[in-house]
Design a protein around this ligand. Structure first.
Ligand code: MRU
Length: 376
């Protein structure tokens, strides 16, 4: 999407690859909305750390990053022994897969790259196929978001107030976004609507990333505290919910997404508000048979016990920090610990529809439509 920084506007992808220098280029998402910066990772191990540390985050974006990381690892191999190369690729795959466990997109992306690489006979051929396949995954991610956006935009009527959770915007993908895809498409069609962004504690991706994106695209929006959605629903101030997903089970229609999504789905059902999940095809897991089998990432307790932000420049007890400086503040009682599951699983019966590049489906109908949805 276009980003305006210092009065200049230009198009960026969240993730890109410089095949010449063998570096992955990433928007440093931990600094947003306070600073816009591109970082480069030089090795596949650095790329995996960038995923773990959430320089890049969001299902599609870490899928493309893992695909590029695999190509980066392939290109770094020296020698012509195909067996040794294959063992090296296994290692690269496993390091990138372990970087974050809940989203299935990195695994699906890397399996795609490996399948395409397998057509090459020599190491050199496989290396160049890996780069082309990673590029193809990234292009397809952007294309899928555009396509699902066109389907989802039909649900958005003038004057609607839409709730979204976390960031399933273009920053969570290569471009365009999943939950925001229908919003950007509806905006292009001239529709007027308002978005409520759940703040999304503990890392506040709604307050920081989604709000920044929507502000950049001039979509009217307000940030709400995570606990405010029920109140607004009860007062008739939310017409629809659209969220993303980190892993959607093709066999059951269950959806893993940022912690707090399940709570919003329960509330939406209670208030008869349609609850949609928007996904590209790489977010579908066709193997798992139960949402309880989805690995749920447990993150560090410091995320719950405090918060990162930019210093406001205000004085507190006579002390002041430099304006705009990024800082962590401890919020919680100093002697208490915390529990920090990153994701939850929403059952199929709470979901009105899954918005995909191939159309909108009832969650329980994904399996019977698997051929249309790219299951091979
Ligand atoms: O922990 P994150 O920020 O990587 O979490 C992923 C998400 O942003 C959300 O769960 C999102 O709704 C789905 S990713 C498109």
């Amino acid at each position: 999407m276009n980003v305006t920084v210092g009065g200049k506007s230009r198009h960026y992808r969240t993730v890109a690859f410089d095949a010449g220098s063998n570096e992955v280029l990433l928007i440093e998402q931990r600094l947003l909305p306070h600073e816009f910066k591109i970082v480069r990772t030089k090795t596949f191990k650095e790329t995996a750390v960038a995923i773990t540390d959430m320089i890049v985050r969001g299902a599609g974006a870490i899928g493309a990053t893992a695909a590029y990381g695999l190509a980066q690892g392939a290109q770094a191999f020296r020698g012509s022994n195909v067996q040794k190369f294959s063992a090296h690729i296994d290692d690269v795959f496993n390091v990138l897969k372990a970087a974050r466990p809940t989203a299935v997109d990195p695994v699906n992306a890397m399996l795609d790259v490996r399948r395409i690489m397998a057509a090459g006979e020599s190491v050199v051929e496989q290396q160049s196929l890996a780069v082309a396949a990673a590029e193809e995954f990234a292009n397809e991610d952007a294309k899928h978001c555009r396509e699902l956006g066109e389907h989802g935009a039909k649900l958005i009527k003038n004057g609607m107030r839409i709730l979204t959770h976390c960031n399933a915007g273009w920053l969570a993908f290569v471009d365009f976004g999943s939950a925001t895809g229908p919003m950007y498409a509806a905006q292009e069609q001239g529709k007027k609507f308002h978005v409520f962004c759940d703040e999304t504690r503990p890392r506040s991706q709604g307050a920081t990333l989604t709000a920044w994106e929507l502000a950049q695209q001039k979509i009217p929006h307000q940030i709400i505290a995570d606990n405010a959605a029920g109140h607004l629903m009860q007062r008739g101030e939310i017409d629809m919910v659209i969220v993303g997903s980190d892993r959607t089970l093709g066999r059951t229609g269950e959806v893993a997404n940022k912690i707090g999504t399940y709570t919003k789905a329960v509330l939406a059902v209670r208030h008869k508000i349609p609850f949609y999940v928007a996904i590209p095809l790489s977010t579908i897991d066709w193997n798992l048979k139960s949402g309880f089998d989805i690995p749920i990432e447990e993150r560090h307790e410091s995320e719950v016990l405090g918060a990162w932000g930019a210093v406001s420049g205000l004085k507190f007890k006579g002390q002041s920090s430099k304006l705009g400086e990024r800082a962590y503040v401890r919020v919680a009682n100093p002697t208490s610990g915390a529990r920090n599951p990153g994701f939850d699983v929403t059952p199929a019966e709470l979901i009105t529809g899954i918005i995909t590049p191939a159309g909108i489906f009832k969650p329980k109908d994904l399996w019977k439509n698997r051929a249309k949805l790219g299951f091979i």
